[in-house]
Write a protein that binds this ligand. Structure first.
Ligand SMILES: C[S@@+](CC[C@H](N)C(=O)[O-])C[C@H]1O[C@@H](n2cnc3c(N)ncnc32)[C@H](O)[C@@H]1O
Length: 189
């Protein structure tokens, strides 16, 4: 069986964490999808001591490592929402978004975002709809390396409004952090 490396916090993680810190404050139930090192779940925990925080990853090693930290975070293995039963006020996802042909040697299919890089994100967005509370929000990372125009178009078709909160340019790509909510949402963000 292919051994997966646990994704260590990188620039994309830090950019996202900046916004998790704010959005977590007003959420009672939070899901950190693809938790990796656990940086987003831990950031949420620091920002909000009372929230119920779940953290899921397809990589068992990431889940075991996070469990060992004994934080008040419920970590479990899940392929996207396969083992998720509940609804959340906030779902966080920094997805794998490298298109297949750009993946590095250590990558397996679990690190790549699919052929164009957005397939896992779109699958996530399709499934997430059933797991958002009425005014639930998603914090999502996406990249110019992975067909952002198509991602936004498809997210809109699925019924999401998408607003960019932040971006950072690196020498070969620009990374965005966006907030998404289902169009039924009425409150100010
Ligand atoms: C870019 S890393 C982000 C890690 C961490 N959340 C962060 O911000 O640094 C993407 C994570 O998604 C996980 N992942 C990939 N495919 C997944 C899937 N189908 N279901 C759940 N997690 C998945 C990977 O194992 C990895 O930990």
């Amino acid at each position: 069986m292919m051994k997966l490396r646990v994704y260590e916090a990188a620039e994309d993680s830090l950019l996202l964490a900046k916004h998790v810190r704010e959005y977590a404050k007003n959420a009672e139930k939070i899901l950190d999808m693809g938790t990796g090192s656990g940086i987003q779940a831990e950031t949420a925990r620091k920002a909000n001591r009372k929230a119920e925080i779940d953290a899921a990853d397809i990589n068992e090693k990431a889940v075991q490592k996070l469990k060992k930290k004994k934080l008040k975070i419920n970590a479990f293995v899940s392929d996207l929402f396969s083992n998720v039963k509940e609804k959340y006020d906030l779902i966080i996802f920094n997805p794998p978004y490298l298109p297949d042909d750009e993946k590095e040697d250590f990558n397996s299919e679990k690190w790549s975002g699919g052929k164009e890089g957005i397939e896992i994100t779109l699958k996530f967005l399709r499934q997430a709809k059933a797991h958002l509370e009425e005014d639930g929000k998603i914090l999502l990372v996406y990249s110019t390396l992975a067909n952002p125009e198509k991602l936004i178009k498809e997210a809109n078709k699925l019924g999401y409004d998408i607003r960019n909160l932040d971006s950072e340019e690196f020498f070969y790509e620009k990374i965005y952090v966006a907030v998404l909510f289902l169009k039924r949402h009425t409150e100010p963000l």
